[in-house]
Each structure stands twice: as C-alpha cells, then as structure tokens.
Design a protein around this ligand. Structure first.
Ligand SMILES: Cc1cc2nc3c(=O)[nH]c(=O)nc-3n(C[C@H](O)[C@H](O)[C@H](O)COP(=O)(O)OP(=O)(O)OC[C@H]3O[C@@H](n4cnc5c(N)ncnc54)[C@H](O)[C@@H]3O)c2cc1C
Length: 367
C-alpha cells in the first residue's frame, strides 16, 4: 500500500493514471487484489482504519475529483476464465479482473455467441455487471446467469441469480449499494459461428441484413468495432478524443406525461419504447398494465440544445466524433470536465425540461 501521509504519493496512487479520462488526484491508500482472500483482507484492513473504500476496475466509467479519494482504492486484479459445457452451449465463468475486450475477442474466436455486440467496450469483466453494460442491441444481463460477489456486510462470498441483481438500463443493485464487490461473472453463451439475432438497425444494415437477422460472429464483432471507431468510442486510438469515459449521459427514460411535454417542445424528437416501468411486476395484479416509458437519445437533445462536436470549454471538450462523449484536453482537470458537463446538462434542461443524468460514477465530485 502507498500512503499519502507517509513518504509521499507513489506514482500508482495518483488516480489519473488509473482512469481513462486521465483525471483524478491521489488516494490515501491503493491496493491491488488478485484473489478473493486478498480482497477480503484489504476490505477488513480499510474498515479497521475507518477508511472509505473505492473499488476500481479499469477506471473507464469513473470521474475522480482533482482532490483525489480520501480513502483506500481497492483495484480488482483477479484473473481467470473457465468454460463449462452446458447443453448445446457453454457457461463462461470470468474473473472480475479479466479485460472485457479480450474476453469478448476470445468468445468470438472460439465461436461462442452472446457478447459479440459488446466488442470494443473498455474496462474489466466484473464492472460490466455493475452498470449492465450494453451497446448495439446487447446487454450483459441478456447472458449473465450468475454473479459471485464478496458481501461486505456478511463478510462472505455469495452467488447471486440475475433476479437478485436488479438489472435495468445501465444499472443494477451493484450501482445502488457498495455492499457487494463482484468477483466473478458467469455468462451463458451459444456455440455458433453466427451472431445472436441483431437488434440494432445501424449494425444490421452495415452487415447487410435486417433486424432479427444474424451475421457471421467475427464480422459482427468487426462491424461493431468499426462503428465504435467512427464515433470515437474505442480507446487507444489516440488523438484529442481518446480521454473519455464513453457516453457521459445516459439516454433519458421518460414517462408518458414527460414524453408528451417534450413532444410539445420538440415534435421531431426520436423516441423508442423503453421498458415498462418495473416490468411485469409493476402491473397491479388486477391486469392493469404498468405505465409505458420512452427512451430518448441524449445525443439528440444535446445537439439540439446547441452543443456541437468539438465544442470546448476550458480544459474539456465535446468529442469531435460523438456529441455524448465529453473529453479532457491536455492539461485539463476533473473540474473542467464537470463544468462542461454542467453546462451541457443545464442547456438541455433549460430548452427541453429534461434533466440528463451522468453515466460515469462521480467520485468526490458532483454536477
Ligand atoms: C471509450 C469508451 C466507450 C464506452 N462504451 C460503453 C458502451 O458502449 N456501453 C457501456 O455500457 N459502457 C461503455 N463505456 C463505459 C465503461 O467502459 C463500462 O461501464 C465498463 O464496464 C466500466 O468498467 P471498468 O472496469 O473500467 O469500471 P470502473 O470505471 O473501474 O468502475 C465503474 C464503477 O463500477 C464499480 N466497480 C468496478 N469494478 C467493480 C467490482 N468488481 N465490484 C463492484 N463494483 C465495481 C466502481 O466502484 C465504479 O463505481 C465506455 C467507456 C469508454 C471510455
């Protein structure tokens, strides 16, 4: 562990080195855990010192304040992948510290369908369950059959079924509480050289098929990567757009009253049926369906509010390839990024009455 009160901050404790946005001050302590026993020890030690804990994966979905984190960062580094045949398919047991892109690449190469549309998303496997990672018509909750966690309250390992994970649009129980640390995720994958049925128009068209059609697994993954690259949504491509956390705002989900209000202000706003609030369980038992919800593209609202690609405010800018990705320029800070995010959020709210909610987790920071 490194200690900021001791011999100074060691390089690995500066969180800007551990986040894709490249911002974030120092942590009081930083420990990497490569198995469940060392995770349990690190958590117990932090609790004994009354030190708050930040669990960190690949740092691709966090905004850490310039002041840093006044506590212990526990960085997930458990590795391992085990395949188990099940019926015509395969259960893939993936340790939380495995690199997500490498795992998806492995599945595609091995002819295992189920995650191909999630190619090119940075971060580690454990965190995919935290925000129910999704893109191009797939979400990890489509294929997750169990999540193994370390329960910080009971101080024991626990296997959770999907129903216990409260998966929703970019959320889960793991985002709502810090009680659980994900140590393993198990996916149910199909043995197939074809993708699962495609559910995203842009991707289906690029692959020369239609919605519900299937395409070669490797071509699907490649098409996803190409689409993502054209939108600056792949890390490691360098350039001014590369320091981001992906989409900064989630697409707002509106109830019918809110949707009608927005349509009054913007009759041409695109909209897609969202999930019925609370799913079937939200029906009142007397057969009354749950209220309808609508998903609206946040990028459309941001553009219509006058924020263009490449727009810069101080040390932060909107990506030149995607309106929803906020980036940190050379020498920029978390403060700069948050100021830009605030400006965008307020601009959209003033024009449309819709309050955009950030997708990344804000650590020691707020909008
Ligand atoms: C260029 C780019 C493109 C992106 N595209 C997408 C996309 O298409 N779809 C999408 O859904 N996301 C996308 N993201 C966001 C991000 O990649 C995902 O949310 C990813 O799953 C985060 O993983 P991570 O390991 O980096 O998590 P981190 O950023 O390290 O952590 C995120 C949150 O999860 C918690 N956490 C991390 N690991 C664990 C664990 N093992 N147990 C409990 N809590 C944990 C952290 O405390 C934090 O609150 C993108 C990001 C970038 C930079």
């Amino acid at each position: 562990m490194t200690d900021r009160a001791g011999a100074g901050v060691a390089p690995q404790a500066r969180l800007s080195d551990w986040t894709t946005l490249g911002v974030g001050g120092p942590a009081d302590a930083f420990v990497e855990v490569s198995d469940v026993a060392s995770l349990a020890d690190a958590l117990a030690e932090a609790e004994a010192r009354d030190s708050p804990v930040l669990v960190l994966g690949g740092g691709s979905n966090v905004v850490v304040a310039d002041d840093g984190f006044p506590g212990t960062v526990v960085r997930i580094a458990m590795k391992g992948l085990r395949l188990e045949s099940q019926g015509g398919g395969v259960l893939a047991h993936v340790s939380a510290g495995e690199d997500w892109c490498s795992f998806v690449g492995y599945c595609v190469a091995e002819g295992l369908a189920g995650t191909e549309c999630l190619s090119g998303i940075p971060g580690l496997a454990g965190a995919t369950a935290v925000q129910n990672v999704g893109a191009y018509g797939q979400e990890v909750s489509d294929t997750i059959v169990s999540v193994t966690v370390w329960d910080r309250l009971d101080r024991s390992a626990l296997e959770m079924a999907p129903a216990d994970c409260n998966f929703g649009y970019r959320t889960s129980i793991f985002r709502a509480t810090s009680r659980y640390v994900v140590t393993n995720v198990t996916f149910s994958l199909q043995r197939s050289q074809l993708s699962l049925p495609l559910r995203y128009t842009e991707l289906a068209e690029r692959l020369g098929t239609k919605l519900g059609g299937r395409a070669a697994l490797n071509e699907t993954a490649q098409a996803v990567i190409e689409l993502r690259m054209s939108k600056g949504m792949v890390l490691g491509t360098g350039g001014p757009d590369s320091r981001s956390a992906g989409s900064f705002f989630v697409n707002p989900v509106l109830d019918e009253v809110q949707m009608n209000e927005l349509l009054r202000l913007a009759p041409d706003v695109p909209r897609f049926p969202g999930s019925r609030a609370g799913g079937a369980a939200a029906a009142d038992g007397a057969g009354t369906p749950a209220p309808m919800s609508w998903k609206v593209p946040a990028a459309w609202l941001v553009e219509r509010a006058g924020f263009t690609r490449g727009y810069r405010n101080g040390g932060a800018a909107i990506s030149s390839k995607h309106t929803l990705a906020l980036t940190v320029c050379d020498g920029g800070t978390a403060r700069d990024l948050l100021a830009l995010a605030r400006e965008v959020r307020d601009g959209v709210r003033e024009l449309f009455g819709v309050c955009l909610v950030p997708e990344p987790v804000l650590v020691g920071a707020h909008l």
